[in-house]
Each structure stands twice: as C-alpha cells, then as structure tokens.
Design a protein around this ligand. Structure first.
Ligand SMILES: *[C@@H]1O[C@H](CO)[C@@H](O)[C@H](O)[C@H]1NC(C)=O
Ligand SMILES: *[C@@H]1O[C@H](CO)[C@@H](O)[C@H](O)[C@H]1NC(C)=O
Ligand SMILES: *[C@@H]1O[C@H](CO)[C@@H](O)[C@H](O)[C@H]1NC(C)=O
Length: 524
C-alpha cells in the first residue's frame, strides 16, 4: 500500500499490478515478471513473494523464478512503474536466495526497515535450511546460525518493525527491533512427537554480528513461545496463521498489542476451529528479559537455565548502559556473551493468552485490527479473513469478542490471502488467489433506522437523530446515539422506531449479520 503515489501494488503469478487507489477496478498498469517455463514442467512460474517499498522512488521485488529465486528493483513514480533495466535493456536482477523461498508454497515473510530487508525464509532448494536474513544495507549481511538449530522447520506468518529508539519512549536508549512470527517444531516438548509451537522471535536493528564469535551472524536472535490456549482444559491453538501488530503511535510502542489468529494441530469437537488471541508488549518484554532455556546436547532435553548469566545481558540490544561501559556495537561484545547466546536463544517463559474469540468449523487465515475512537471510548475492531473467502468483523466488549458483521467477499469460496488496512481512508484491501476486494471498515448508511443503527453495535456508526452516520465525522460536542457495549439504556431509540424483529439477541450470543457488500472488485 503506497501512500507516496496513491497506489496499491500487487504481486501475482508472473505479473505485477499497480492499482490506482482512487478506483482499484481501473487497472493502471501491469508489468510481466516472466518465469522460466522451459526448465521444468510444473510450478516453474515466477510467483512474486516479496514486494516492498525501499524509498520514495523504488520498490523491491522477489519471485520464485522456477525454483531459483531472483530479485529486482522497480522504479515507481506517479503511478508509472517499471523494472530497473541496464543500458542494454536487460532487467537488472539479484540472487534471491535467502530472501525469497524457492518453492511458492513455502511460508515466508519479509519487511523493509530503514532501507534494509529482513526476510524469514529458506536458503536452499530442498527447503530444509531456514534463515532469518538481513541484506540491502550498508554493512555486511547477517543471518541465523544454521548449525545451532535456532530455527526448527519454521512456517513464517509475519514480521514487524517496532521503533523503540525514539527518545520520547526510551530513556534507556534501547534499539529498534524486528519481530518475526512463525510456527515450528517444538523441540522442547519431548513427550509428543512432532509437536508444533508458535513463536515470536526478535533481533535488534543495530546488530552487526560478532567480531570473532558469531561473525556475520545475529548476536541478538532470541525467541519465545506464544501460547493461545483454552482456560478450562488448556487445549492449545498451537499453530499461528497470522499476526497483526497494533502500535497506537510510533511514540507509544510500549502499548503495542499483538493480535494473532491460531488453529490447532489437534481436533476438539468440530474440526478446523480457530481462535484469536492477543498479547501485550509488556508480556513480550517480560519473556525476553526473563530466564533462558538450555538444551542438554546429549539427551536433547531442555531445561530452565538457573545459573549466572554473563554481562552485558546476552541477546539484548546495545543500550546507554552498555555504551557507557565502552561497548558501542555487537562487534565489541565479549566472547563469553556471544558464546552464551549461541546456545541460549530460547526464552524460558511462555507468553500466554486465552482466546478472545473462538470459532468452530471456521479456519481463520488473516487478521487486521483498527483502533477506532467511538462515541465514548476506543475500540479495537478486528477484521478476520477465513479460508472460504469471508470476512468477520468483531469487537471486544468487556473481554468478550462479538462478531458484528460477516461479509462474503468473493464469488467463489477461496482463502483470504492477505488483508491490507488503510487506516487513514478507513478501507481494507482483501485478496485471494484470483481477486482483490476493497471494503470500507463500516457502511453506516446500510442501517435505515435508529434501532438498526444502535443495535448494530458497530463502533463506527451512530444515530444522528435523522440517519446512521460514521462517528468519525461527528462534529465536536454532538450527541449521536450509540450502544456498542449493549449496556446503555439512555441510548435506546424512540420505542416506535424499533423493529421488534431486530431486537438484540441475549448478550452472550453473537449478533450476526450477513451482508453481501462487495464494493469494488478486481479480477487479475
Ligand atoms: C532509492 O533506492 C534505490 C535502490 O537502492 C537507489 O538507487 C536510489 O538512489 C534511492 N533513492 C533515494 C532518493 O534515496
Ligand atoms: C488515479 O485516478 C484518479 C481519478 O481517476 C486520477 O485523477 C489520478 O491521476 C490517477 N492516478 C494515477 C497515478 O494514474
Ligand atoms: C508514464 O510513462 C509513459 C511511458 O514511459 C509516459 O508516456 C507517461 O508520460 C508517464 N506518465 C507519468 C504520469 O509520468
């Protein structure tokens, strides 16, 4: 989503598209990204897996290119875009290994922070060498240490850049961090074979690798378990499918909330249930500053490490205190600290949460969260995509989620692949394998009466006295009627306007609406 030129760039199979945000159905231009079909018969298309903005003029793109990934730059300005070519007319490409997966099915992630690309992927054709790789910067590239099994067959679902270093929010002079979200083999669980766990991992932006130990490797790679499980019997939704990182503002990184959708490796009742769990930055910080785990190399058992830890704290970023001890970068970290971090990359404490929302017989694939200022307070509105191409809109009321709307997005049932949220415009761009839909976060004019408007419990909508309107457009001091929590009797409409059939269901039940509301649809 490119605010710079009011465009939405889309990577597809063998194609790059630029959609004009003023009307996405009017396809502005596309550029072909051809594959190498001669080299093998199947799956040799070029699947675009990375498409990110580098700076005001350039995008970076990577594709699988017949199982030999390549990357290239795109010049884009005022809606014109083209692959960067040499004077001879040839497209200038770079080796995409360690940035882009070989296999289009492989779950990878990538993010650009400060002009540098951070990718979670695999570095070989067989797909058994996972890697978190930093490149495109001034310094040398950095990667995870493969021989130490920092990653165990991961399936990446996302990454996030948290700017902590802004002086307003960080008196200790801590560094910015890049977070990665994935599921992987949970080697610390020896009682079950093939137990999958969900993880959050992080590295520091200023990491330069070690001088002697961990040369050109991360010196700040740490990971912890994310556990979304039922309160009564502890049933785990152990496979993360997507994570949305809600940071209220750059200055307010401490109040970041991590919203994840999870499914389970096991069945409980109906198959294919999903859960939404949220984790706070506070919980995450506590895990990463707590105790480490250690593996016994002979028995492969994991234990809590209860012995003294070398100084400065292994895996932590360089802070003011570390700088004042004469260590200005990871290159100057003592060998004993770096040797420790090689084996102590897993945190002891588990970051736990109970499902905010539990849905049977539905597989959630994607999530986006919008914090909206309603009439009385802020609400986090969740937009959750399903594997059948539906979108659930849910709100958190007194610790319980309610689905307030369900939309059918695509003419055929196909999984939601991605959700992009434009918070300024209040629009969502939701894609599947073959189409993309623009959906407004709310459509208050659908509610014709005061009763419908108030009972919708939609935090975006309120009754002005004459119509149902978007609260974000309310003039200061206006008294529009809204009752999102379902508790406020003063918000009840004039009784005669309430249609009895629209009466609210008992508060514990979900208030569901099925509206086919496809606004603009673009088929690739
Ligand atoms: C943007 O990035 C491209 C590719 O790295 C580079 O050639 C170009 O000079 C950069 N432009 C600016 C304005 O920094
Ligand atoms: C996008 O569409 C709007 C409205 O049709 C138009 O004014 C604008 O020039 C277009 N932008 C580009 C980059 O084509
Ligand atoms: C886009 O590129 C084409 C061909 O290079 C050129 O004719 C056109 O003027 C460009 N449009 C803009 C808005 O820069």
């Amino acid at each position: 989503l490119s605010k710079e030129d009011n465009m939405l760039y889309v990577g597809a199979r063998e194609t790059l598209l630029a959609l004009n945000l003023s009307d996405i159905s009017r396809l502005r231009r596309d550029v072909s990204a051809p594959g190498e079909k001669e080299r093998c018969k199947t799956d040799c298309f070029n699947y675009i897996k990375i498409l990110l903005r580098v700076n005001a003029t350039h995008l970076y793109v990577c594709g699988t290119y017949a199982f030999s990934p390549i990357c290239a730059y795109i010049v884009s300005h005022t809606g014109n875009f083209s692959l960067v070519r040499a004077e001879t007319g040839e497209i200038v490409t770079e080796d995409g290994r360690s940035r882009c997966p070989f296999n289009p099915e492989y779950k990878s992630t990538a993010i650009i922070a400060d002009g540098e690309l951070y990718a979670g992927t695999v570095s070989n054709f067989q797909g058994n060498e996972p890697i978190i790789y930093k490149s495109l910067g001034q310094g040398s590239a950095l990667k995870t240490e493969n021989s130490l099994n920092w990653l165990q067959d991961p399936a990446f679902v996302g990454s996030a850049y948290i700017q902590e270093s802004l002086p307003v929010g960080n008196p200790v002079g801590d560094d910015d961090k890049i977070y990665f979200f994935f599921s992987e083999a949970g080697k610390e669980f020896d009682f079950f074979d093939n137990t999958i766990v969900s993880r959050i991992a992080r590295v520091c932006k200023g990491d330069k690798g070690g001088e002697r130990v961990l040369q050109k490797k991360w010196t700040t790679f740490l990971k912890a378990q994310l556990l979304c499980s039922l309160p009564d019997d502890g049933f785990p939704f152990n496979i993360i499918q997507d994570m949305f990182v809600l940071t209220p503002s750059k200055e307010d990184w401490k109040n970041t909330v991590f919203y994840g959708v999870f499914t389970s490796q096991w069945y409980k009742g109906a198959s294919g249930s999903s859960a939404v769990c949220s984790f706070t930055m506070d919980q995450v910080e506590r895990a990463f500053t707590g105790r480490y785990r250690e593996v016994n190399r002979e028995t492969q058992q994991w234990y809590t490490y209860n012995h003294p830890v070398p100084e400065p704290r292994p895996g932590a970023c360089v802070t003011n205190a570390v700088r004042s001890a004469g260590i200005s970068s990871s290159l100057h970290m003592p060998d004993k600290v770096l040797n420790f971090v090689k084996d102590h990359f897993l945190m002891d404490s588990v970051i736990r949460s109970q499902p905010l929302l539990l849905k049977r017989s539905v597989r959630y694939t994607q999530i986006a969260v919008h914090r909206v200022r309603a009439a009385r307070r802020d609400y986090d509105v969740l937009f959750i995509g399903t594997d059948e191409g539906r979108l659930h809109k849910a709100i958190n009321v007194n610790g319980k989620m309610h689905i307030i709307e369900e939309l059918v997005l695509f003419p055929e049932s196909q999984p939601v692949q991605h959700i992009e949220l434009d918070t300024d415009k209040g629009l969502l761009y939701v894609s599947s394998f073959s189409g993309l839909v623009e959906v407004a976060v709310a459509n208050c004019s659908n509610y014709q009466s005061c009763g419908e408007c108030v009972l919708s419990r939609d935090p975006y909508c309120a009754w002005t006295g004459r119509q149902c309107a978007d609260v974000r457009q309310a003039p200061a001091g206006s008294h529009w009627q809204q009752d999102v929590d379902g508790a406020d009797t003063s918000a009840s409409c004039n009784k005669t306007t309430i249609n009895p059939r629209m009466a609210r269901p008992s508060s514990s039940r979900e208030f569901l609406q099925e509206i086919l509301q496809v606004m603009r649809f673009s088929v690739f």
